[in-house]
Structure formats: C-alpha cells, structure tokens
Design a protein around this ligand. Structure first.
Ligand SMILES: Cc1cc2nc3c(=O)[nH]c(=O)nc-3n(C[C@H](O)[C@H](O)[C@H](O)COP(=O)(O)O)c2cc1C
Length: 448
C-alpha cells in the first residue's frame, strides 16, 4: 500500500494560497486551524503530518518578499505538534530540526518527548538548513559550507541515535518497597567524544513505544544521498520527471544496501501538489487563479534565491542561466535547471512552473486523475508513497480526504483503516533494537 504524508503549511502550499477567497489568511498561527487540519488528515488515514521549519524567514532574505508572501511567519514545530498530539490518536507527527543550528542533546530530547507523549508517533526530519539567514540568528556571519554541514550532520545523527538508546525498555522498575525507581544497569551513558560533539548522556526521556522516533531526510545531493542511505527511514524528495524519480529511488536504495540495510527499511516519498476539482476544468481554474496571483517580481525574486543570483538582470523571457554555487540546497535547484533545459523554458516560464510549489510536482484534475498521477509513480518504482501538498487549507485537504482517498482505497492502493498505533507500524518499519539490550550488548555493558 502506498504511504501518504501530509505536508501542512499554514494556509496552503501554493505561494499565493493565503489570497484564495476560501482561505482564512489570519489562521497561519491559530491552533484551531491546525487542529482542524490534523483531525481531517487523520480522518483520511494519512500516515503522518509533516511540518517544515527554518529558524529564520524562508526564501528570499528580502523584506519586500516577506510582505507579499507568508515566508516570515512560522510557529515552532515541536510546540505545535505537541499540541496536536493531544487531539489526535493515530496519525504520525513529523517535524524538522536542523543539525546545523541545534545541539544533538536538544533534538534527541525534543523528539523523544514528542514520541513519549504521542504514544510512539514522532518523526524527525533531519536537515542541515537551507536558509542562509539562519546563521544570523545564531551568532554567525555566514552559513557553514554544504560539506561541513553534512559532516556535522553525520555525527549529529549518531549522537541522537545513541542518546535514544539511553533507557532500555524495562529500565524503569518503580520498586516502591525497595525504593528503586530504575534498574541502574539499564540506563546508559553515551560518553560520545567526536570532532563536533562531546556528549555524556544519558537522555532524560524513557524509551518510547516505537523504540525511537522515525528518522526522515530530504537531501538529494551526493552528500545528502549518502547520509540518507546510512540513517534515513523516510526520504522526501523533489522530482518533476518520472524517469529521474525512478533513478533517484533506485540509487538511494542501492546505496542503503551498501550499509547492509534492506530496501524496505527506507520509504521514498516525493512531494506532490494536488489541485482537485469535480471536473478537470474546475481543477485547472483553481490552480490557474492562484498562479495568476504570482507577481513577476516575486516569482523572479523567489527563483533568484534558489539560483543564488539576481535573475532580474536577465531578460524575463530569455533563457534560464546556470545557477551560481549557492552553498544552499543542491538537489532542488538541479531539478529546476533540468526542467528548464528539458522543456527549453524562459525565466518567466520556469518561475511559473516551480515557484508556486517550490519545484514539487503538480497533479491537477479530477479525483481519478490525481489517483492516476500517484498510482503511475507508485507502480513504476519511483515512490513508496507521497508527501501531499494541498493547494489550500483546509479546502484543498478536504477535497483530497473526501474525494481522492476513497478512490485510492477503491483501487486497493491505500489503507481502509490504520493497522497499528505507532508511526513505525503505519510505515511498516521495524521497531529498532536497543544496542544495550541485545546479546551483543553484554560486552558493551561491561564498559558502560
Ligand atoms: C519535502 C522537503 C521538505 C524539506 N523541509 C525542510 C525544512 O523543513 N527545513 C530545511 O531547512 N530544509 C528542508 N528541506 C531541504 C532539505 O533538507 C535539503 O536541504 C535540500 O533538499 C537540499 O539538500 P541537498 O543539498 O543535499 O540536495 C526540505 C526538502 C524537501 C524535499
């Protein structure tokens, strides 16, 4: 069965969603708005909710662009998902946390706590941060280099995984008669000393019902793919072309094999923006109305931010130049350039094709058209599931839940109901063993 994540983003994924007449543009930071989205997605049996994050404004570092988009407005994700954990029972809760501007102990504790309070439904989207502006909020003049960010991320992931093994499943004994709360032999120091971190541990949060949170990633560069192949259990990706999507899928699963991992231990989930109508014309109209709201200067500014150069100095209807080496994200920009070359697009045509949904694929049409668009990639070996980006919230999501989910269920492509209670059970991922409680731990225990 295909896996479905809901990428929820304020008022909708289209950059102009907040201007849609059916959207409450003041709902961006209202809990009630997100409660409605979370419960709607759970009614649609989605595997998880996902919220992105940057510790700074998103996109162009430009106040004019902020004034005309929602880029400067964002709630802190763990705070939000903790609130949503209390009003949902089954749906997974995935949030982003950067390895470049956090310490591993913080991240391990945030997500282990969310995993505890949600009964094992947490996931961590490990990113190295794509927003250069984040550096300015953490006492730095510049963003660390792409290579340095990934080197730190490798060690960061190791430390977090180590801390998540601090408590064995049965460490807490709560023996009131003998005054023993926990079994000292089942709580472990990490004593990590590495190039970037020195972390003693133990973590303060007990082991969760699903062992530990699911690790998600979205890197597409060479470094990104290697880190994902070694540590990720879910991979988000930006893909426009089916063959490129299949090649990415096969490449990452092959790399995972080199780390002794089975292909099923990783779920690859491309992003898909959906514009749904009872007729194709109605769907085209919904998408077209928002597209028409992208002002050329905003479109060019957004594209320039990805390309790391001011594209307004080039003819708008002229060819797309090669991007500068931005030290930001590699994979998504590569997808944009390949699209422009493949279809010989001008700068105007390219921003119109990608800026509305940050280069994710767009599927427009009736519920059957949307189901076809998903089924094709799922059966062609380009995806284990999809990160769904509704045009608007809650309307675009309601259309997906009420119209597309039943169509996918009718085709036996998607679950009729939740199988289990934890995110791992939804995704068909094994509960990880604790390194201390396996037979191999005997040796380890002697040294801890
Ligand atoms: C679906 C998706 C969600 C992402 N979410 C975030 C995010 O929340 N915060 C962030 O800084 N980067 C986010 N990214 C960017 C990636 O983490 C990564 O930086 C980007 O894909 C470039 O990686 P690369 O340079 O290895 O190709 C996301 C990417 C994708 C495809």
């Amino acid at each position: 069965m295909m896996k479905l994540g809901l990428f929820f983003e304020g008022c909708g994924h289209h950059i102009a969603a907040w201007r849609d007449p059916d959207v409450d543009a003041h709902a961006r930071q209202s809990l009630a708005h997100y409660v409605e989205i979370a419960q709607l997605a759970e009614r649609g049996k989605f595997d998880f909710l996902f919220t992105a994050d940057t510790n700074a404004t998103f996109g162009p570092d430009d106040a004019d662009a902020w004034a005309r988009t929602m880029a400067a407005s964002r709630l802190e994700p763990i705070t939000l998902l903790s609130a949503l954990a209390a009003v949902t029972q089954r749906i997974g809760l995935v949030a982003t946390a950067t390895t470049t501007y956090f310490e591993p102990f913080h991240v391990a504790r945030f997500f282990a706590s969310l995993d505890q309070i949600s009964g094992g439904r947490a996931g961590w989207n490990l990113v190295t941060s794509l927003a250069v502006a984040e550096a300015y909020n953490f006492g730095r003049e510049a963003h660390a280099s792409h290579a340095d960010r990934y080197a730190r991320a490798h060690e960061f992931a190791k430390v977090v995984l180590g801390l998540w093994d601090s408590w064995e499943d049965d460490a807490v004994i709560a023996d009131k008669e003998h005054g023993l709360y926990l079994d000292r032999a089942k709580l472990h120091f990490l004593n990590h000393k590495g190039q970037h971190f020195s972390v003693r541990g133990p973590l303060t949060v007990h082991r969760s019902p699903q062992g530990h949170p699911v690790i998600v990633q979205a890197g597409q560069s060479e470094d990104g793919r290697e880190l994902a192949a070694e540590t990720a259990e879910v991979i988000f990706t930006v893909q426009q072309d089916l063959e490129a999507g299949r090649a990415f899928y096969a490449d990452v699963k092959r790399r995972a094999g080199a780390y002794g991992r089975s292909p099923d231990s990783i779920k690859i989930m491309p992003g898909v923006m959906t514009a749904i109508g009872h007729t194709r014309a109605e769907a085209e109209d919904k998408y077209g109305r928002l597209q028409a709201l992208i002002a050329p200067e905003i479109g060019v500014k957004q594209l320039s931010a990805y390309f790391g150069m001011d594209l307004s100095t080039f003819p708008l209807d002229g060819p797309v130049p090669e991007p500068a080496n931005t030290n930001q994200e590699v994979g998504r920009v590569k997808v944009m350039v390949e699209l422009a070359r493949r279809e010989n697009l001008s700068i105007r045509q390219l921003y119109q094709r990608v800026i509305g949904q940050r280069a994710h694929r767009v599927v427009i049409g009736t519920p059957a058209d949307i189901a076809d668009g998903l089924e094709q990639w799922f059966t062609a070996g380009a995806a284990d599931g999809f990160n769904i980006l509704p045009l608007t919230f809650p309307g675009g999501l309601r259309d997906f839940v009420d119209l597309v989910v039943p169509e996918l269920q009718r085709r036996s492509l998607f679950r009729a109901d939740y199988e289990g209670h934890t995110l791992r059970e939804h995704l068909g991922l094994p509960r990880p063993l604790n390194r201390w409680s396996t037979s191999a731990a005997a040796g380890l225990r002697r040294v801890s």
